[in-house]
Design a protein around this ligand. Structure first.
Ligand SMILES: Nc1ncnc2c1ncn2[C@@H]1O[C@H](COP(=O)(O)OP(=O)(O)OP(=O)(O)O)[C@@H](O)[C@H]1O
Length: 264
């Protein structure tokens, strides 16, 4: 029988270490990602946040020489198992990147394209409308669906990428610094959208913005890195707890210093 706690978990990283070639980049990470929550990964540059994020949908597979050790449980399976189909995994665990990256196609096609590839057979117009509404973009684009996705503002493009991600009905959405290329108003819109999205999805976000982490996330993982003898950096997870605890009463002094802006 699955325990209550396990039933509420979406993803669970167990003793995950990632190498790039011979170099260990981040070591021995344990992280539980609860369903319908937002988890923020924070920490100074090079501590391995993006590397860990990419483990959750096996995007590191696409980096030559990258190797992941340990286990990541998703829906009762270890997704690091080579028998798991990474394409199907990425349908269920979608990704939104730092720089908005719409396809050079119409707004409509930006969403229809992925849906078709994933075998969507329903009413495409209805899917486009539902996805754009889900990404809080419909009202702004409903009269120009045939225009290029690239004609939109940066913030609108990022919401188009979110619409594209949710059109294929993932369970988890990974976001790697989704607002770092956006102005404060667009950032605010995306943050509001995240609150809305977590009713249906589980979100894991990497952010350098401590205020953003404290505003949007339920749980925060603080990573740090130490210098290695070879002059590189080795990332590790310092502390993972409710966001409220990490920002008000963390266990570790380095966490307190980082979230209050004293280093990094
Ligand atoms: N494709 C790659 N090839 C080789 N090394 C890499 C690659 N991607 C990341 N690394 C190394 O892995 C370590 C962790 O990088 P990562 O980008 O995950 O950190 P991060 O915390 O997300 O950093 P930032 O906040 O600057 O984006 C760094 O030392 C980085 O140089």
């Amino acid at each position: 029988m699955v325990s209550n706690t396990a039933a509420k978990l979406t993803l669970k990283a167990e003793n995950v270490s990632v190498y790039y070639g011979p170099t260990l980049a981040v070591r021995e990470v344990y992280l539980d990602i609860p369903r319908n929550q937002i988890v923020a990964l924070v920490g100074p540059s090079g501590c391995g946040k993006s590397t860990i994020l990419r483990c959750f949908n096996r995007l590191n597979d696409l980096i030559p020489g990258a190797r992941v050790e340990g286990q990541i449980h998703f829906d009762g399976r270890d997704i690091c198992d080579p028998r798991v189909d990474p394409v199907e995994l990425r349908r269920r665990v979608g990704m939104v990147f730092q720089k908005p990256n719409p396809f050079p196609k119409s707004i409509y096609e930006n969403i229809a394209f992925g849906a078709r590839i994933n075998g969507y057979q329903g009413d495409m117009d209805e899917l486009i409308e539902r996805s754009l509404k889900g990404a809080a973009l419909w009202d702004e684009v409903k009269d120009k669906l045939k225009e290029s996705g690239l004609s939109l503002s940066g913030g609108q493009q990022q919401r188009l990428c979110i619409a594209r991600a949710i059109a294929i009905e993932p369970e988890v959405i990974l976001m790697d610094e989704p607002c770092s290329a956006l102005d404060p108003i667009s950032t605010h819109k995306i943050e509001e959208l995240m609150h809305d999205l977590k009713k249906r999805y589980t979100l894991v976000i990497v952010t350098h913005n401590m205020q953003q982490a404290s505003r949007v996330s339920d749980r925060t993982a603080f990573f740090n890195a130490k210098e290695t003898a070879q002059g590189g950096k080795l990332g590790y997870l310092v502390e993972y707890d409710s966001t409220q605890r990490i920002f008000s009463d963390p266990k570790e002094e380095t966490t307190r210093d980082y979230v209050s802006g004293r280093f990094g």
